[in-house]
Design a protein around this ligand. Structure first.
Ligand SMILES: Cc1cc2nc3c(=O)[nH]c(=O)nc-3n(C[C@H](O)[C@H](O)[C@H](O)COP(=O)(O)OP(=O)(O)OC[C@H]3O[C@@H](n4cnc5c(N)ncnc54)[C@H](O)[C@@H]3O)c2cc1C
Length: 292
């Protein structure tokens, strides 16, 4: 993955470089990696050589398999409609079933505050933010598939304004890095966000993208400090949050092990602790000032 900056974005790139894990690239090297970048726009770049592409469908399938291997089950088309405390347990209802459990794990994504409200538990102030992706055909004299994913660092006013990634078949996957606050719902892409993605990529490259072949949008949910919310509130035992996971594909394996350790009252996994993560940083109680 290659981070790119225009002149006004140098300070943002310096912050990323100071955080570690990236190597600065000379502009000529960055242009060699992605010749479509416009030399008149590009001022500085850095490469993340430890970043990998995740096959999300395969990862998801592996997680599903793991659930079945542990005698778990997945009930689709059975939305939770009520969560009622029946001390010391909870009764969880769907239109067709009722479950009794000592521990509810609220992993309802953008709907986590909706589920909390059902249970009469204070919300965490979740902010579901819409993010748009689209695909555009690229007319470029050579294969584009070897290009890295290219991410803008933004400038003093705004964070990243675009990213793009080459795909098989000469298509470019691109996003305007939008973060539009919406109600939790099955969102659709907004035409202005799609236009903005094309404009932002065209500003930084010589691609001259004109149209998209498909566009879609989804929700990335955060709380104010943008850390995940994992654990029980001290005064709400049995209601376990596993929410606000805005970059939840990359985090999923480590965060799931972290959540399982917290739920069992065990220390955090050693590799997670070594990254400096403390349970208090992700505990729901830290958000009490902002909750309703
Ligand atoms: C365009 C886009 C690009 C992204 N790119 C990246 C990326 O590059 N890297 C990365 O790591 N992440 C990325 N993400 C974010 C990632 O997809 C999310 O962080 C992740 O999906 C969150 O997982 P989750 O399980 O918490 O929530 P979800 O995946 O939203 O799962 C929550 C589930 O709960 C279900 N649910 C809700 N209410 C109920 C109810 N009442 N009863 C039963 N079930 C219910 C929902 O139907 C849903 O299936 C991206 C997201 C978008 C939209």
């Amino acid at each position: 993955m290659m981070w790119v900056a225009e002149e006004s974005g140098r300070a943002n790139l310096d912050v990323l470089l100071a955080a570690g894990g990236l190597e600065e690239l000379a502009v000529a090297e960055a242009l060699a990696q992605c010749p479509a970048l416009d030399p008149a726009w590009l001022a500085a770049a850095a490469i993340d050589i430890e970043g990998y592409d995740i096959n999300v469908a395969a990862l998801h399938a592996a997680f599903v398999r793991t659930i079945y291997e542990h005698a778990g089950s997945i009930l689709t088309n059975e939305p939770v409609t009520a969560v009622v405390r029946a001390n010391p347990h909870w009764m969880v209802q769907t239109p067709v079933s009722t479950f009794e459990t000592p521990l509810v794990v609220n992993a309802a994504g953008a709907w986590a505050d909706v589920v909390a409200k059902m249970a009469g538990v204070p919300k965490i102030g979740l902010r579901p933010l819409r993010r748009t992706l689209c695909q555009s055909p690229v007319h470029w004299p050579c294969q584009i598939i070897s290009w890295p994913t290219v991410v803008d660092v933004g400038d003093a006013v705004q964070g990243a304004r675009f990213y793009f990634k080459p795909e098989q078949g000469g298509q470019l996957l691109l996003s305007p890095c939008d973060e539009t606050l919406v109600e939790p719902d099955d969102v659709r892409p907004d035409v202005d966000d799609v236009d903005h993605a094309l404009q932002m990529v065209n500003r930084a490259t010589r691609l001259g993208l004109k149209s998209v072949t498909s566009a879609w949008a989804g929700l990335r949910s955060f709380v104010t400090d943008r850390h995940p919310v994992v654990g029980e509130r001290v005064d709400e035992p049995g209601f376990f949050w596993f929410a606000a996971i805005g970059i939840g594909i990359q985090m999923a394996p480590a965060l799931a092990r972290t959540g399982a350790a917290i739920a069992r009252g065990e220390p955090l996994p050693e590799d997670v602790r070594r990254l400096g993560v403390q349970p208090e940083q992700i505990a729901p109680n830290r958000l009490d000032a902002g909750s309703e």
